[in-house]
Write a protein that binds this ligand. Structure first.
Ligand SMILES: *Cc1c(COP(=O)(O)O)cnc(C)c1O
Length: 304
């Protein structure tokens, strides 16, 4: 039994009317820890336990850390998550709920991550948030489920942070014989590390992240994410923080689901019919995210 659940695939009436074509939603927000991350992280943790790991270490104060904490609790493996001082109380609380040990170290993710590496000894497995083939193989299962449901999308819309979700979805499309189905890869303007890599022809490190979509805040994408854009049809789109936040509000109104702006970024593309004109229908990966509250989304909207 895998640690993730088989999520619902629904045809959204309100979003189909907005996008002027059928819109299918893969509801990864319903995974027990709130995001798609559990698919890849759960798979990586099970493989690492099989290889003898007795302790999992993560350096993500976001959904990847939460997924490691959840997986560790379910597998009976202790988990340490090293997070920077900027991590919100809510995120730390969620990690404690999953019984992870939380170590606060450093003023940025880089510093927290460096400290996490020093903790690694024999019997410890570091679980990366986006750059590991084990994660991509696990994420790919969401496309297997869409294929099993008998729905072939004309395009897949998803958000990109470090590119683990992109790599996993492309792997899933290929292993189901859907090499011809393009991916519309969406980032917010202040976290556009894939867009920059595609423009430069090599991965680049963004000087700063300036977006409320903190789960998209990888300064540099995985090399494999850029490779995916060469081996598969991938089109890059940017949306503003405001568009991402409005899409979160709309999803809550339409489907009673609260997601992070990181997920709102993908949903925001549905309000841009020109981006979807070539496709008879689209599948949106509703990647979810557990760290934003409604109050926070309203505060951000007032500031955007
Ligand atoms: C991690 C995450 C993303 C981005 O995924 P990557 O694999 O880093 O590209 C998007 N949305 C949510 C909610 C996430 O947790």
């Amino acid at each position: 039994m895998p640690l993730h659940i088989h999520t619902p695939l629904i045809e959204s009436r309100p979003l189909s009317l907005c996008a002027k074509r059928p819109v299918w939603l893969k509801l990864e927000a319903l995974q027990p820890c709130g995001s798609f991350k559990l698919r890849g992280v759960g798979h990586a943790c099970e493989v690492q336990q099989g290889r003898g790991a007795r302790h999992f270490v993560s350096s993500s104060g976001g959904n990847a850390g939460l997924a490691v904490a959840y997986a560790g609790r379910k597998l009976g493996v202790p988990v340490t998550v090293v997070v920077p001082e900027t991590t919100t109380e809510r995120a730390k609380q969620l990690l404690h709920l999953e019984q992870a040990s939380v170590v606060v170290r450093g003023s940025s993710w880089q510093e927290a991550n460096q400290h996490a590496q020093t903790l690694l000894g024999a019997g410890d497995a570091f679980i990366h948030p986006f750059d590991d083939p084990l994660l991509w193989a696990g994420h790919a299962s969401m496309i297997d489920e869409v294929a099993e449901a008998g729905v072939k999308p004309a395009a897949v819309v998803l958000s990109v942070g470090g590119g683990g979700l992109l790599c996993g979805v492309v792997e899933g499309l290929r292993r189901n014989g859907w090499q011809d189905v393009p991916v519309l890869a969406v980032e917010t303007e202040g976290a556009a590390s894939l867009h920059a890599a595609m423009a430069a022809g090599h991965t680049v490190e963004l000087p700063t992240i300036a977006s409320v979509a903190t789960s998209l805040g990888a300064k540099r994408v995985a090399e494999q994410a850029l490779a995916c854009t060469r081996e598969h049809p991938v089109h890059s789109y940017l949306v503003s923080d405001r568009e991402a936040l409005q899409a979160c509000e709309q999803l809550l109104l339409d489907h009673r689901l609260l997601v992070e702006p990181a997920c709102g970024a993908a949903l925001a593309l549905l309000a841009r019919p020109e981006a979807l004109a070539a496709y008879d229908n689209v599948l949106v990966i509703v990647c979810g995210g557990a760290t934003a509250t409604l109050e926070q989304i309203h505060t951000w909207l007032a500031q955007a």
